[in-house]
Write a protein that binds this ligand. Structure first.
Ligand SMILES: Cc1ncc(COP(=O)(O)O)c(C=O)c1O
Length: 427
């Protein structure tokens, strides 16, 4: 065993990992397009885009070059009181690609911080407007917005965050079509607006597709209705597109499926094509204007050491250029057709409770065997069975999903579905 693997075993604490019982992590020495190359020379097909971040494949020549060139010029500079070209150009690109109605970009460095920023902006803006009674956030059943304290509060996945329940600020969760169908007793947004309208600071949603909650899809009408209701009541809508942005659902933004524009929009993950940590929170002119004041106390006092990192911004810009050159949106739409066809063949299998597909995401909700849910032991057994076939899939409990980088070929996608058909009857 290489000595660094021993060092990992001895010193590293891995995320979302029960360190006592989990299988040892797989040592990876390289990446090449769709594949992760393990220390012992296997080529694993990355079927989950390395936690949903990768879109152009691993170690892409153009992204490598953009990173190296930027490193020669400027790696990083404090972003308060200073600016630089990659961050300015990227902000302009994001504003344009997101439809032009969210003209201000606030950088941070991961998905959770992008959401924290949006929550804080919405909250503080009300204080500047003299509506300090607005303290309540509304989120969806089954929501996942990150693992920091504020994002845990708006999260709806009790298992991940129950140890912290007493620390979290007050949030009401409202039903989604999927949660209602599963028997949720949560109210609809209309009810909460009627009862608490004057106290609501913002509504936060994962538009069209809730990832960590189990790859749950929503009809566009649901999102449109949320937008109409929040607009009617003058309440900011925060769209968390950290997972769904950059074409994942077949449109550049998932909000486009419903033709809506939120007041705050959170982006991260595929923003740098999975290369470097970076996030952006885009704000409407209205939210931004609430902070403009001669009173310096009305500043948005938020910033991270690596805010607006120049290396990350340069890679993000090159990734957007690649996105166009490689016609990623068209490719995702082709993948959706292929995935839908293969899922249709699995839909009436006994062990498949439901299939779901949107853009470059294909999911199979399996009939529960153990407790169901995230800790169902079926997940680790499926992961092991696919790894034996050199495929990386990592189910969310009993939801098995395939979410590859957009450079996946048709043959590679078919190989994964063939493996699913082979593995399922053995589990
Ligand atoms: C919708 C959504 N929001 C926020 C996050 C948190 O992002 P990060 O893990 O970069 O903090 C995630 C991560 O999976 C996500 O899917």
């Amino acid at each position: 065993m290489s000595d660094w693997i021993e060092l990992d075993r001895r010193h590293v604490w891995h995320p979302y990992t029960q360190m006592l019982t989990a299988a040892p992590p797989i040592p990876v020495r390289g990446g090449d397009g769709m594949y992760l190359i393990t220390e012992d020379g296997r080529r694993l097909l990355d079927g989950i885009s390395s936690w949903w971040v990768n879109i152009h494949g691993h170690s892409h020549a153009r992204l490598n070059r953009a990173l190296a060139q930027q490193a020669e010029r400027l790696e990083h500079v404090i972003f308060a009181g200073f600016c630089h070209e990659p961050a300015a150009r990227l902000a302009a690109e994001l504003v344009e690609r997101c439809g032009g109605q969210l003209p201000r970009v606030f950088y941070s460095d991961n998905g959770s911080t992008a959401v924290e920023v949006a929550l804080k902006m919405a909250y503080q803006a009300w204080r500047h407007r003299g509506e300090g009674q607005r303290r309540l956030f509304i989120a969806l059943d089954g929501a996942y917005h990150g693992d920091t304290v504020g994002t845990m509060a708006v999260g709806g996945t009790a298992l991940f965050h129950r140890a912290f329940r007493d620390l979290l600020f007050e949030v009401r969760h409202v039903a989604t079509p999927a949660s209602r169908q599963a028997g949720s007793k949560s109210p609809d947004l209309t009810e909460v607006l009627e009862q608490e309208g004057e106290h609501i600071a913002a509504v936060i949603v994962e538009p069209m597709l809730q990832g960590a909650g189990g790859m749950l899809t929503q009809p566009p009408e649901f999102l449109r209705r949320l937008r109409d209701l929040t607009a009617e009541h003058g309440i900011p809508l925060i769209a968390d597109e950290i997972f769904t942005g950059f074409g994942r659902t077949g449109r550049f933004l998932a909000c486009e499926h419903a033709g809506i524009v939120p007041d705050l929009l959170c982006l991260s993950k595929a923003l740098t094509a999975g290369y470097l940590p970076l996030a952006a929170t885009l704000a409407s002119q209205d939210i931004y204007s609430a902070f403009l004041s001669e009173d310096r106390g009305k500043t948005f006092f938020h910033g991270h050491s690596f805010t607006g990192n120049a290396l990350s911004c340069a890679v993000a810009l090159e990734s957007l250029a690649l996105f166009d050159d490689q016609r990623c949106l068209e490719r995702v739409q082709q993948l959706e057709a292929l995935f839908s066809e293969r899922l249709a063949a699995l839909a009436d299998w006994d062990m498949v409770r439901e299939t779901r597909c949107l853009g470059g995401m294909a999911a199979l909700e399996l009939a529960p065997r153990g407790d169901g849910g995230y800790l169902d032991t079926i997940g680790p057994r499926l992961t092991a069975a696919f790894l034996e076939r050199d495929i990386l899939l990592r189910p969310l409990g009993d939801v098995l999903y395939f979410l590859p980088p957009y450079v996946v070929t048709d043959d590679e996608a078919h190989r994964v579905f063939d493996a699913i058909e082979e593995v399922l009857p053995t589990i």
